[in-house]
Design a protein around this ligand. Structure first.
Ligand SMILES: [Zn+2]
Length: 215
């Protein structure tokens, strides 16, 4: 796969971002959170571009050549490769929040089951968990952290509109689930975003255990 870069982006910068995305993807695949080539990962390169996983690649074997450049409309830049089918959900985050630099999307079993179980409520209310503090800006367990669960669709503009509607209603948004599908979360850098993803995976697992044990 050949990637031609715009003059404004140095090969070293793109390689650094591509390596960061590929490294994260391989590590998350090891956790079993990216079954059957699912999931997608991206990192901002500059105000107008991001590096994102190419569609359909095995996330456990990802390398620099499996990452491509897109613009903030989700269009391929300087390559004939096809970005993830869900690219618009990544660029939406970068467009809405210039301070966000990484978007991670996985399909773990815990995320998938929790999304089905809470879909009828449209939201998961996390409250009383110490690990809520792993989410940027959260300082206490004694607060309600809402994770919306949006209906799944193969028509990306519908999903984008649901996310926009939530944000436009003035509700805080740190992550969201898509029913029967997986989770999206983001952050200012890779470490923060990995922390969000790991905390949410843990918290969703705890909520599932509580349901199971209190049935
Ligand atoms: Zn997905």
């Amino acid at each position: 796969m050949s990637q031609t870069l715009p003059d404004s982006i140095s090969p070293a910068l793109f390689a650094e971002r591509a390596d960061a995305v590929a490294d994260a993807a391989r590590e998350l695949a090891l956790s079993g959170w990216t079954p059957a080539t699912s999931s997608n990962f991206s990192m901002r390169v500059d105000a107008d571009h991001a590096a994102i996983t190419i569609s359909g690649r095995d996330k456990g074997k990802l390398g620099r050549d499996d990452i491509m450049l897109i613009d903030m409309q989700g269009k391929a830049v300087g390559t004939s490769a096809r970005p993830s089918a869900e690219t618009e959900l990544h660029t939406q985050i970068y467009r809405r929040w210039p301070e966000m630099n990484v978007v991670l999307h996985t399909h773990s079993r815990t995320q998938s089951v929790a999304s089905r179980l809470f879909a009828k409520d449209g939201v998961i209310r996390l409250e009383g968990w110490e690990l809520q503090k792993a989410i940027a800006g959260q300082t206490t367990h004694d607060a309600e952290l809402l994770i919306p669960v949006f209906p799944n669709t193969q028509h990306m503009p519908e999903l984008v509109a649901q996310v926009d509607a939530w944000i436009d209603a003035g509700k805080p948004l740190y992550a969201y689930l898509i029913n029967g599908h997986g989770i999206y979360t983001w952050g200012r850098d890779m470490a923060e975003t990995r922390r969000h993803l790991e905390a949410l995976e843990f918290l969703l697992g705890c909520e599932l255990d509580l349901k199971r044990l209190s049935a």
